[in-house]
Design a protein around this ligand. Sequence first.
Ligand SMILES: *[C@@H]1O[C@H](CO)[C@@H](O)[C@H](O)[C@H]1NC(C)=O
Ligand SMILES: *[C@@H]1O[C@H](CO)[C@@H](O)[C@H](O)[C@H]1NC(C)=O
Ligand SMILES: *[C@@H]1O[C@H](CO)[C@@H](O)[C@H](O)[C@H]1NC(C)=O
Length: 442
Amino acid sequence: MRLLRLAFVVALASGLAAILIYITGVSDLDDGIRLSSEDLDALKSLQSHFQKCVSANGLGLQAVSGSDNCEVSLKFPSDTVPKWKDPKTGEVEGLSYDFNLCEAVATWEQVRNSTTILTREFIDVLPNGWEEYAWRRINKGVLLNNCENRTLCMEKLSLVLPNRPPYTPRQFGRCAVIGNSGDLLKTKFGKEIDSYDAVVRENGAPVDNYTEYVGTKSTFRLLNRGSAKALDKVAELYDKGKEVLIIKTTIHDIINKMIREIPILNPVYLMLGASFGSAAKGTGLKALEFALSICDNVDMYGFTVDPGYKEWTRYFSESRQGHTPLQGRAYYQMMECLGLIKIHSPMRSDPNRIVKWVPSYSLITAARIASEKLLRRVGAGSSDPLAACSIIGKQVRGNFAVKQGSRKAAIEHQKYLKGTTMYPLEHNPGHGLLCTVPSGQT
Ligand SMILES: *[C@@H]1O[C@H](CO)[C@@H](O)[C@H](O)[C@H]1NC(C)=O
Ligand SMILES: *[C@@H]1O[C@H](CO)[C@@H](O)[C@H](O)[C@H]1NC(C)=O
Ligand SMILES: *[C@@H]1O[C@H](CO)[C@@H](O)[C@H](O)[C@H]1NC(C)=O
């Protein structure tokens, strides 16, 4: 009897030990990264706010958590009839989209502190920057020998390559990003759009003849390959020379020739983007990314985000074969419920609409720190803002980033970063940032 009782106690103890090993095994990741209970609470709390936010603001979308604290699926109502078909496979678009909240929080928060314009100092500091990276940003119509001839590559990039970033994080307060969706013609957003500090438009979107709906202001314009090749037409869309044109792909000889000979009076730059995987491409998302890297608040107009829009239409021309409208809608709803953007659309047209259940900034920060640890990001959990820098180099001389008379928020941010400029490493979200520090520092 005694023996039996002892055996029972031993069994119980070993069971407990197994449970303990299980628990520590889960939160103590193999190479010693430990998530504290606060970290786990932050991730859980983010999930629960996120799900409530999607229910309250998603116009029928629902968020369902996946197998861990990071995974989430956004589901459309089952009676949604998708219309878009993948031209390659012929498959119709799905009604459920999986996202990783941890990756989204960690990467998007980094974007907000980074520069997303390609500069000369970035290429100088990047290992093999001139030999390999510069080569990728030049259209390969000509035999360039991987930029072995650096003079030639520099020449081809020179018209679009500032030494230092022309814009800094938090330079603008409120920004509006305007998509090209046909639903813009349903609401007269013009006056509201013109009240923003900066307005970002896309590709060939005109302002003339549509100002009641899309406003008249235009500060930046994001261009895909096709629009960039028609730079002369794009430059005519808005007061000559006034808009800043940002090309998201490559520089092409045709573009250089136009800038020199027409000439194009607008500043023209190449965008340097973070990597969000296949879930998030497209000019619209790049425009949001650019806006988030220079503005405190980003509002979105003219994207297909209301139920009933299953195809892409454009406000200024016949509808056109676009891509993945439902996936896009789900992704933008995720961004809204992570506090990154606010969506304006015919069905959400109250300018004072409050995004309910959006996580607070302090919750986002706590969840971001936990996510960085979980994803083993460079510098995870460190309070040193430069800990995320995996490549560090000196700033080249040129325009100083924060100009006199800048917004207080921009100056504070530069102080916090000790004058450092951070750049995303494209295709490498987990491997830190490229940072340039003021000359005089190492
Ligand atoms: C490199 O390019 C420059 C500028 O086009 C040209 O003048 C020079 O001859 C080229 N050098 C070589 C070695 O091809
Ligand atoms: C605006 O409308 C006028 C008159 O219909 C037309 O001639 C002009 O080309 C239009 N402008 C744009 C930018 O579409
Ligand atoms: C971004 O900068 C702010 C200060 O402006 C800082 O509080 C925050 O931690 C930074 N975020 C990241 C991801 O480095």
